[in-house]
Design a protein around this ligand. Structure first.
Ligand SMILES: [Cu+2]
Length: 145
């Protein structure tokens, strides 16, 4: 084994330790009009691994992404209107989020990180959402397994 080859092996071993190789960044669009209706996050349900991140894209204007009170196993997040935010999900569980101006019109979404460990409390919190927001969030929670 040459010295250069050994050095290359050592460097790649260090890179594997420093960067979690499996962490992915997912994308969710904020839309006035999507495949599943008006005022939607797309995709509205996303299953990710702990350590993954989600970028909320201001694809169309006038929306934000923020956690629904009680629908998170850990720290929440709150984006401003038209703000693209990247959220890293390190703690396992369900994260229900909404667009503040359009919650009642059904603009809600759900990220499942690992196992849905907080499904009971998330379901209770979802029941307090208004109008179509409650209906769509209930349907999203049914996909969390
Ligand atoms: Cu909106």
């Amino acid at each position: 084994m040459t010295f250069a080859f050994r050095a290359a092996l050592a460097a790649s071993a260090i890179a594997l330790v420093a960067v979690p190789a499996s962490a992915k960044q997912h994308q969710v669009k904020m839309l006035n009009n999507g495949a599943s209706g008006l005022m939607v996050f797309e995709p509205a349900f996303l299953k990710v691994a702990p350590g993954d991140s989600v970028k909320f894209l201001a694809t169309q204007k006038g929306h934000n992404a923020e956690i629904v009170a009680g629908m998170t196993p850990g720290p929440g997040f709150k984006g401003k209107i038209n703000e693209e935010i990247v959220v890293t999900f390190s703690k396992e569980g369900l994260y229900g989020y909404k667009c503040l101006p359009h919650t009642g019109m059904g603009m809600v979404g759900l990220v499942q990180v690992g196992k849905p460990v907080n499904k009971g409390s998330a379901t209770a919190a979802a029941a307090k959402l208004p109008g179509l927001g409650k209906k769509r969030m209930t349907a999203l929670l049914a996909q969390a397994k």
